[in-house]
Design a binder for this molecule. Sequence first.
Ligand SMILES: *Cc1c(COP(=O)(O)O)cnc(C)c1O
Length: 402
Amino acid sequence: MARSALIFQRLADQLAEFERRGLRRSRLVRQSPQGPRIVVDGQECLAFCSNDYLGLANHPRIVEAAIEAASRIEAASRYGVGEGASHLLSGHSALHERLEAKLAEFMQMPRALLFSTGYQANIGGVTALAGPEDAIFSDALNHASLIDGVRLSRARVVRYPHADLGFLSGALAESSARTKLIVTDGIFSMDGDIAPLPALLDLCERHDAWLLVDDAHAFGVIGPEGRGSPAHFGLRSPRLIYVGTLGKAAGVAGAFVAGAAEVVETVLQRARTYIYTTAAPAMLAAAVETSLQLIREDEWRRERLRKLIATLRRELRGSQSALSSSDTPIQPLVLGENSEAVRASAALRERGILVPAIRPPTVPEGTARLRISLSAAHSEQDILRLAAALREVCQSGVVTQA
Ligand SMILES: *Cc1c(COP(=O)(O)O)cnc(C)c1O
């Protein structure tokens, strides 16, 4: 008993330390669908905290597609809820198969492979393509799932300073690794800037390397028809390995890896996060298929988003609450200290507005921030209300900006 008391004490100390450093995280309990207004603890709030960039998370046609696929009267096209096995056993349905074909066609890439989450897709993609004899070149601000994939691969890692092409070029030239893989977010999740993909692809050509782009925040959001950051730059290359996620702009859940046929087949054969996990429900594949159609057709959602981004930036220009430079729906307001970000978030919450405080280790030490994320489902009025509240919170001395 004395021994077990010690291990409990250690956890309690650790939790108290999180609290003391302003790093303790907590969850809001939402009693509504995701959207621009959500109900939290019985209170309706104006929300800027989801990645539902196109406002599709509660779209009636997508909801209907999921229900239909699960419960259709004709048994031949009814899939129920559970898949009961991994894709490689018997979890892969005709709906999954069809969605993979549609995703590949949409991305104008030879093949696509579905994963249950983006976290798994990144880990699976990276570990399938690079091993101990290889080298991975990873942007310092990459998402945690890429970082974990890199670690699990046991490849040699070069973590290059954010978007530092000179550094990266030198490191690639020096490397004698068998296979070289550059991994980067397309749109960086906590900063909203876009990776310099044309230059990265150029480096790949020169050094015979692969380029894996985690486009979680760009799929559906930028580029023609919402085809993401490579399409935004007009890039196509067999060296490109694309990871798109389906729980953000697409409004559902899941992810896919797309690329050359050999690449995708290798991921299918080797990725443990693909092989050893149950397939996501077929009803979600049906939902994504409908979502994909809306992503393609509803150009007005991306237009609206661009307009809202411009409005927010215009409203806050020159004020104390200066946003980082970003043209995407991710608009960070860096405050510095953890306590400042937490205080600002709380002050907005008191005004009925939800904006999350993002702290280390999600962002580097000393760069705690408010992460404002905009959605096509917001109105111009919503943005004006947010801007007014931000000005008030920053000017009232509730917080002081770094
Ligand atoms: C959200 C996110 C992921 C993980 O995707 P999930 O489908 O939520 O697991 C991967 N990369 C980035 C950059 C993300 O923001």
